[in-house]
Design a protein around this ligand. Structure first.
Ligand code: SAM
Length: 283
């Protein structure tokens, strides 16, 4: 398979584009273990973002009922026509996934899981789009840079914990399911990777107002060196006294920094701030 795909790419005069995050996987064992660990079954529809030469697409198609792949690089059309020949449950849409109308796609395909070796330059926007706009997405099994994987799965009070961790916690459980060394990719990137599985559980973290939860999280991490109080004052336009009162009501130390708060603590704080900001500027 490896030799075949590489020769198909070169026969078609394909040149790897770094700016599109094109680092392909051809190792069959790795591909099939990613699909197996995703938990996808023969009943499932899978969305893949960034099909590349179609190696993962093919592995998914062998396990799933149907795979809908998105690829932004149209120079891969002739390559994919060859590598996916004979698979009648794989469909490729040549489009930037960030521009896809997810509600419309979901109307057409129903519930689905995502399995993808993500283009690294847009990892966070892609995951955010799926978790914020996707109503029928059951899980995301995605290859990302190892340092991003650590961030997605971090616990509070650790250096890797950040806004994206707390935002993910709203809707999904996150776990690293596989580490993947850089030598497994063609061309080889400068960093190692990991496969993360995000399992969507709606209502995982009950919040009064999801937008306010996210605003609170982003405020808390706006300036990591500042205390939470300072960040809240700057982002919400409330007084120091109001910020301190909100923290005290939630049982949070007024000298705390954002990274010490669990997602549950952010949920409590955002509910308290809802009252506070109604008194203040009404954001
Ligand atoms: N799935 C293939 C594999 O595992 O070998 C390729 C993975 S490669 C890391 C990422 C792929 O995503 C590239 O083929 C790239 O052209 C494509 N891509 C980059 N940005 C994209 C976007 N916004 N929407 C869809 N595909 C994109």
């Amino acid at each position: 398979m490896e030799k075949d795909v590489k020769s198909i790419l070169s026969e078609n005069g394909f040149g790897f584009k770094k700016r599109l995050g094109q680092n392909f996987i051809t190792d069959k064992n790795l591909l099939s273990s990613i699909v197996q660990q995703s938990g996808v079954t023969a009943d499932d529809t899978v969305v893949e973002i960034g099909c590349g030469a179609g190696t993962l697409t093919r592995a998914i198609a062998q396990h799933a009922r149907r795979v809908i792949g998105f690829e932004v690089d149209t120079t891969l059309k002739p390559v994919l026509a060859q590598t996916l020949a004979g698979l009648d449950n794989a469909q490729i849409i040549f489009k930037d996934f960030l521009k896809v109308n997810l509600a419309q796609l979901e109307g057409e395909i129903g519930s689905y899981s995502v399995v993808a070796n993500l283009p690294y330059y847009v990892t966070t926007p892609l995951i955010t789009k799926l978790l914020e706009e996707g109503k029928l997405c059951k899980s995301l099994t995605v290859m990302v840079q190892e340092e991003v994987a650590l961030r997605l799965c971090a616990s509070e009070n650790t250096p890797d914990y950040g806004a994206i961790t707390a935002i993910i916690a709203l809707r999904a459980d996150a776990e690293i399911i596989k580490r993947v060394p850089r030598r497994m990719f063609t061309p080889q990137p400068n960093v190692d990777s990991a496969v993360v599985k995000l399992t969507v559980r709606d209502g995982r973290l009950p919040v009064k107002n999801a937008q306010l939860y996210k605003k609170t999280v982003h405020a808390a991490f706006a300036a990591r060196r500042k205390t939470l109080v300072n960040n809240l004052v700057n982002s919400f336009g409330i007084s120091r006294a109001q910020a301190e009162e909100a923290l005290i009501k939630c049982g949070i130390d007024i000298k705390a920094r954002g990274e010490t708060l669990s997602p549950e603590a952010f949920a409590r704080l955002s509910a308290t701030l809802a009252d506070c900001t109604a008194l203040g500027r009404g954001d």
